[in-house]
Design a protein around this ligand. Structure first.
Ligand code: ITT
Length: 194
């Protein structure tokens, strides 16, 4: 018999991510909780997929129930895909990460500043089996100065043409309809409900 999942642990230390995920899943009846206690997985994977698995497995073991992990980041074409899986380690905080990225891109014309946010998610049980895995992508452009104050991370410099706004100018609900995380979570919801 297939067991229905009512509660899922979300394997993150990032409070903004947790808030977005709770907001998206609030209609589904599935309760989302964070990891209790010590949770500091080493992100040793070479890909978003591998790191999502590492986080989810670590959380599933700690909480002894299925957990899902999100590894996400910003892939910038003019930088051959950097910062990519190193997005959170690119500099010490959000402000410095943005400054460093704008400095690296200062001679790149707007039309070549294409980029995408990628989010890999994996649902893993305490035995280490992957129950479901998926990815969501959001295409945009890196503008040359910050705009907007919502969201987190690289949101203020990530411009979404279809919204004519940066990710940081969108409300959380608007962001969740177009974002990499929102799209990945939509697939998780379909899987959970089936
Ligand atoms: P956890 O590993 O604990 O989930 P984290 O913030 O370290 O938290 P990642 O390793 O997945 O998460 O790194 C993702 C980084 O990519 C994050 O710190 C941001 O800098 C950036 N990022 C990811 N999603 C983003 C979003 O929706 N908006 C802006 N920046 C984002």
């Amino acid at each position: 018999m297939v067991q229905k999942i009512n509660t899922l642990v979300f394997a993150t230390k990032n409070k903004n991510k947790l808030a977005e995920v709770i907001n998206i899943l609030k209609e589904t009846g599935v309760t989302i909780c964070g990891v209790e206690g010590e949770f500091d997985p080493e992100e040793t994977g070479a890909t978003f997929e591998e790191n999502a698995y590492i986080k989810a497995f670590e959380a599933a073991k700690i909480m002894n129930m299925p957990a899902f992990g999100d590894d996400s980041g910003l892939v910038v074409d003019a930088l051959d895909g950097r910062p990519g899986v190193y997005s959170s380690r690119y500099a010490e905080n959000d402000k410095k990460r943005i400054e460093k990225l704008l400095e690296e891109l200062k001679d790149v014309p707007q039309k070549n500043r294409t980029a995408r946010f990628i989010c890999s998610m994996a649902v893993v049980n305490p035995e280490g089996e992957t129950l479901f895995a998926c990815q969501g992508v959001c295409e945009g452009l890196i503008i040359d100065s910050s705009k907007g104050s919502n969201g987190f991370g690289y949101d203020p410099i990530f411009f979404i043409p279809e919204k004519n706004a940066t990710m940081a100018e969108l409300t959380m609900d608007e962001k969740n309809t177009v974002s990499h995380r929102g799209k990945a979570l939509k697939k998780i919801i379909e899987w959970l409900l089936n």
